[in-house]
Design a protein around this ligand. Structure first.
Ligand SMILES: Cc1cc2nc3c(=O)[nH]c(=O)nc-3n(C[C@H](O)[C@H](O)[C@H](O)COP(=O)(O)OP(=O)(O)OC[C@H]3O[C@@H](n4cnc5c(N)ncnc54)[C@H](O)[C@@H]3O)c2cc1C
Length: 305
């Protein structure tokens, strides 16, 4: 399913190289495949990177995860939908949840644009809309919604067969099967539900790209889009029952919910089926924000938000 040969994180200083070695060690100790590349090896694998002596971010090496890569998200979503359908699950499209049905202090269903749906347990997995829906249920979540944008260039012949990330610029890039360069970067730090991104943020991302790949300066952008991501204070998801009994939350996946959901969906299914936590989901309960037992795994997730 992965269409790229590994994921490479560029290292731009001797100090970072030491941290990179620690990260690689930590991953290997935990059975995750990872290796540390020196500058010559990066140059061999990605010759079009900026290796000029006056490059703003010199290359000292890179972390390579050979098994990482890009998965076709639409194919994955349709795969899940077809499998769910085979299990007899109804998927109702164009159906907005407008209110929660509450009886005796307990959530007993939802009122939607196409009528009421009642259930013993209700699961909510609406990512960037988690805060807005929680408000309809009468509670607040420690989730802030931000816009994350991405863009693709016009297609070109294959020149690049890895996913490359620069922690210095925050920019990441890979080449799609169709030849487009797929480019993304940091969040727009202004909380928003706007699914369109903005020009200043796009310029920041693209200037990072051109620092790394001056060769891309002639590329034209084909399209750009923004999506709403749901960010928690400890960069970790929220799984479990909400303050409204009978209503369960799966959210706060931020910018990592695509890769996280095979595990997140499985444990959420367990929670909905049994009404109690799976041993993996227990630490991710909403109550951690009251007790102070935050999950110190933001670095482990490999994302900054
Ligand atoms: C530009 C961009 C790049 C990203 N890159 C990566 C990446 O490289 N790796 C990674 O792991 N993750 C990435 N992510 C994050 C990832 O896309 C999300 O974490 C993931 O899609 C969240 O999945 P979800 O099922 O929780 O929510 P979503 O996929 O957002 O689905 C939520 C659904 O709820 C629906 N909904 C909302 N409100 C209502 C309502 N009132 N009634 C009914 N339905 C409602 C929405 O229409 C939507 O269909 C990226 C996100 C963006 C925006």
């Amino acid at each position: 399913m992965l269409s790229q040969r590994g994921m490479m994180q560029i290292v731009s200083s001797p100090g970072e190289m030491e941290m990179a070695a620690r990260m690689v060690n930590a991953m290997q100790v935990n059975g995750v495949q990872a290796e540390l590349l020196d500058r010559a090896e990066v140059q061999r694998r990605v010759p079009i990177f900026n290796f000029a002596p006056d490059a703003r971010y010199p290359v000292y090496g890179a972390i390579l995860q050979q098994r990482a890569g890009v998965a076709r998200h639409d194919a994955v979503a349709w795969g899940y939908a077809r499998a769910a359908d085979r299990f007899g699950i109804d998927i109702i499209q164009q159906c907005e949840v407008q209110a929660f049905l509450i009886e005796g202090g307990r959530c007993v269903g939802v009122a939607t644009s196409r009528g009421e749906i009642r259930a013993d347990r209700v699961g909510m997995a609406v990512a960037g809309n988690s805060g807005a829906l929680a408000a309809k249920a009468g509670f607040r979540l420690p989730i802030t919604s931000y816009t994350l944008q991405a863009c693709v260039s016009e297609p070109v012949k294959p020149i690049f067969d890895t996913v490359l990330v620069s922690p210095m610029t925050g920019t990441y890039v890979s080449q799609s099967d169709k030849g487009e360069m797929v480019i993304g970067g940091d969040l727009d730090r202004v909380p928003s539900y706007g699914q369109r991104g903005n020009l200043p943020q796009l310029e920041t991302v693209l200037s990072g790209l051109l620092e790394m790949f001056p060769v891309f300066r002639q590329l034209r952008l084909l399209r750009q889009w923004g999506g709403t991501v749901d960010v928690t204070p400890d960069s970790s998801p929220i799984l479990g029952e909400s303050p409204l009994a009978g209503l369960f939350v799966n959210g706060g996946w931020g910018t990592g919910g695509f890769k996280g959901i095979p595990a997140g969906g499985t444990v959420f299914a367990h929670i909905l089926a049994t009404g109690s936590h799976h041993q993996i989901s227990r630490p991710f309960d909403l109550s951690r924000f009251r007790s102070g037992h935050m999950i110190d795994e933001a670095a482990g997730a490999g994302i900054a938000h």
